[in-house]
Design a protein around this ligand. Sequence first.
Ligand code: ADP
Ligand code: ADP
Ligand code: ZN
Length: 214
Amino acid sequence: MRIIILGPPGAGKGTQAKLLSSHYGIPHISTGDIIREEIKRNTVLGVKIRGYVERGELVPDEDVIEIVKEKILLGNCGRGFVLDGFPRTIIQAKALDHILSGMGLRIDAVINLVVNEEELVRRISGRRICRSCGATYHLLFNPPEKDLKCSVCGGELYQRIDDMEETVRRRVRIYNIETKPLIGYYEEKGLLINVNGVGDINSVFSEILRKLGS
Ligand code: ADP
Ligand code: ADP
Ligand code: ZN
């Protein structure tokens, strides 16, 4: 199962990708998580890309493509993978096709999470991330079990700098320009599955599984 989860910032890509990953027993490849980890560890790449992420801009295509290529070639991707946050540009989508076809593989399905802008803002403003393990919560819609500590590891929760309102608006604008064209790109390939992303987390997940036909 090689799946892409597409959708605007805050649509629930990460949340649904994690559920799919455990349902199918396939790795969850989140470029956002990998990038935040590089920045946290102050690697050469992390230092180079920090500014883009903090401003809410896209990291250069060649850097993200390199990250994903390595994951697909070296990761545990024998049974497939779920890609979250990649591709985000047509250039990235074409690079992905190229990487996969070189391995005799292809994408099976692209889940497009459809969520209105008002709801995106509600989701992003309440989003909190665990500083230690990266788990995602929402203060109202998906709160941790115990007061602002990660339910998985007890870590401290924080708000991403790029989740500040100004930056979110820029990210949505960039999504509309750079990423939205991917909907047509995958529709033409007959891979696009639109899913209503509004509703509780489990009902969105059931809808995805139903449409994937399992
Ligand atoms: P993305 O990866 O697309 O940016 P996330 O999975 O991080 O989205 O979700 C954004 C925020 O919305 C998080 O705080 C998450 O807990 C919350 N969330 C995710 N799915 C839902 C849902 N179906 N209903 C309400 N809140 C949700
Ligand atoms: P969200 O969950 O809100 O959609 P992500 O966690 O996926 O955001 O990504 C956070 C940031 O990391 C992006 O705003 C961008 O700066 C960078 N990033 C992640 N994936 C990509 C990508 N495929 N191409 C370029 N930049 C990316
Ligand atoms: Zn944690």
